[in-house]
Design a protein around this ligand. Structure first.
Ligand SMILES: [Zn+2]
Length: 80
């Protein structure tokens, strides 16, 4: 019997919005600002900034990117 092969991933890991492990690395100083502005996801005040400099909580950004990845994955599965 041939070895079982894993079904190919329709969305390669490198094209996903979230890095492997599902956590963003926002350890750089560019992700922190002195002034707290409303997170564009939830509206709560935050000192954090996303890669575009937009106020965003890290957990909110990770949740949003995970949702995008799920949607892309679902559409990719539908195309197979
Ligand atoms: Zn938020």
């Amino acid at each position: 019997m041939p070895p079982r092969r894993r079904k190919p991933d329709p969305v390669p890991e490198r094209t996903r919005a979230l890095p492997p492990g599902g956590l963003l690395d926002w350890s750089g100083s560019e992700h922190f600002a002195q002034d707290a502005l409303p997170c564009w996801h939830c509206g709560a005040p935050t000192h954090m900034r996303d890669d575009r400099g937009i106020p965003a909580d890290k957990v909110c950004a990770e949740r949003a990117l995970a949702e995008i990845d799920q949607i892309v994955q679902a559409h990719a599965q539908a195309l197979l």
